[in-house]
Each structure stands twice: as structure tokens, then as C-alpha cells.
Ligand binder design. Structure first.
Ligand SMILES: CC(C)(COP(=O)(O)OP(=O)(O)OC[C@H]1O[C@@H](n2cnc3c(N)ncnc32)[C@H](O)[C@@H]1OP(=O)(O)O)[C@@H](O)C(=O)NCCC(=O)NCCS
Length: 215
């Protein structure tokens, strides 16, 4: 069975999601799993629109295009920034459409992990065992999330970042590219961990830390 999906966001993340869909469809021998109806975006840039056009998929207009869609049409949030993704999630919730869970065939999610709708996992992302993942979490290329972690809603784990076991990463957190979070640490709601940082202590909510050790 093929399910329709609309990608929200014409930026890099939205177009990367299109790549995940293609990879998922290429991995099955019968009917495609997903059909991308197109992209919606309330604030598209000229370059984003040009790049979407190159993918040979229509730009459908602003997100209100989603109003009145069949309730079987799914959405995929292609918004990289966690807080902006939360806003977008809230803005489109009135349309009542389910969110697609899109896991690249080259990503690995442990069988006993529990995730809410909207998980996006790019190629090489790895989540091991007993990890609880909130809604619209983005796991970027080659990141790892170790055992027994809890990731809140709208978290982004950027490429090559490593979240060790027993960590708690609260809603709206961004873990920057190649950052490491040592085992058992908590990163508070809406905090940002800079690229390359090593988190050795808990991080307070709504703060930005960077460096080694992260401060
Ligand atoms: C930490 C971060 C959030 C800070 O952003 P910012 O507040 O806009 O920071 P600025 O670029 O203004 O830089 C401020 C200072 O911090 C330094 N800095 C920036 N990022 C840093 C990092 N990751 N580690 C160490 N120092 C950093 C800058 O060199 C600058 O130092 P200076 O004042 O001595 O010149 C950001 O740089 C970062 O690392 N973001 C993660 C990016 C990422 O993961 N991208 C992947 C997307 S898929």
C-alpha cells in the first residue's frame, strides 16, 4: 500500500527527507511505501524553491494547503531547528494529519525502542536499545543514541553526535554536530549543545554550551 506524504519545509532538511523517502521506496520490491505529493512552506526561499523544482516534486504552497487533505495523508516536518519545528508542529496540528515516521534503510533503530510519530532518521543514525523518543525527533546522519536514553519531543541530534547511555535529552534540545554527551547526563529543555562539545555535566534548560568540557 502506498501512503501519501507532504513534506513541510523546502530547506535542506525537507529535501533530505525527500531523499529518505526515495531510499525507503527503492528498498521495497512491490508498490512504493510513500508517495510525496509535494512540499509546503510558509516562508520558502527562492533557492529552496529552485532546489525543490530540481527534485521534480511540486511546491504546493503555504502550509494551509494541508487543510482539507484526506486524513490518511501524512506530514513530515522538514524543519531542522528544534524550536522552529515545535512551532511548525503546533501550527499544523489543527489540520489533524498524522506524521510520517521515516527511517532510512541505512539507519538502525533497536527493536525495543519506543517512538512517537514523526521520527526522522537519516542514513547511518543508530539507536540501540530501550530508547524512548518523543514526537518529531530528528536523528541526523551517523549520530548514535545509546541504551536507555529518553529523548523529548522535537529533539535534534546532528550528524556524528554521540549521546551515551542513560541520558535524558529534553524537549527542543539540539545536540550539535560531532558533540558527545557522557552517560547519564541530562540536557534541559530547549538547550543547545554546540558542535564538537563534550557534555560532562548536566546542562540547564534554555542555555547554550560549547567546548570541551562543555560550558
Ligand atoms: C554553539 C553555537 C550554537 C553558537 O552559535 P552562536 O551563538 O551563533 O555563536 P557565534 O557563531 O556567534 O560564535 C560565538 C563565539 O563562539 C565560538 N563558537 C561557536 N561555535 C562554537 C563551537 N561549537 N565550539 C566552540 N566555540 C564555538 C565562535 O568561534 C565565537 O568565538 P569568538 O567570540 O571568540 O569569536 C553554534 O556555533 C553551534 O555549534 N551550533 C551547532 C551547529 C550544528 O550542529 N550544525 C549542524 C546542522 S545539521
Amino acid at each position: 500500500m502506498t501512503t501519501n506524504v507532504v513534506i513541510v519545509g523546502t530547506g535542506g532538511m525537507g529535501r533530505e527527507i525527500f531523499g529518505i523517502v526515495r531510499a525507503i521506496n527503492a528498498n521495497v520490491s512491490d508498490a512504493p511505501v510513500w508517495r510525496v505529493l509535494g512540499f509546503v512552506d510558509d516562508y520558502p526561499t527562492e533557492s529552496g524553491l529552485k532546489l525543490v523544482q530540481r527534485l521534480d516534486v511540486p511546491f504546493l504552497g503555504p502550509s494551509r494547503w494541508l487543510a482539507g487533505q484526506s486524513p490518511t495523508t501524512h506530514v513530515a516536518l522538514g524543519v531542522g531547528d528544534p524550536r522552529w519545528r515545535r512551532e511548525t508542529d503546533l501550527a499544523i496540528q489543527p489540520y489533524g494529519l498524522p506524521a510520517a515516521t521515516l527511517v532510512h534503510p541505512a539507519a538502525e533503530i533497536g527493536p525495543d525502542c519506543v517512538f512517537e510519530e514523526g521520527l526522522i532518521a537519516l542514513g547511518g543514525a543508530r539507536v540501540t536499545t530501550n530508547v524512548i523518543v518523543g514526537r518529531h525527533v530528528h536523528l541526523n546522519q551517523n549520530c548514535t543514541v545509546g541504551h536507555d536514553c529518553v529523548l523529548g519531543d522535537h529533539v535534534s541530534v546532528n550528524p556524528l553526535a554521540a549521546v551515551s547511555g542513560y541520558c535524558r535529552i529534553e524537549s527542543g534540545v539540539m545536540i550539535g554536530t560531532t558533540a558527545a554527551v557522557l552517560q547519564g547526563r541530562t540536557v534541559g529543555r530547549d538547550a543547545t549543545v554546540g558542535a564538537g562539545a563534550v557534555v560532562t555535566r548536566d546542562v540547564a534548560g534554555a542555555t547554550t554550551v560549547k567546548g570541551v568540557p562543555a560550558r
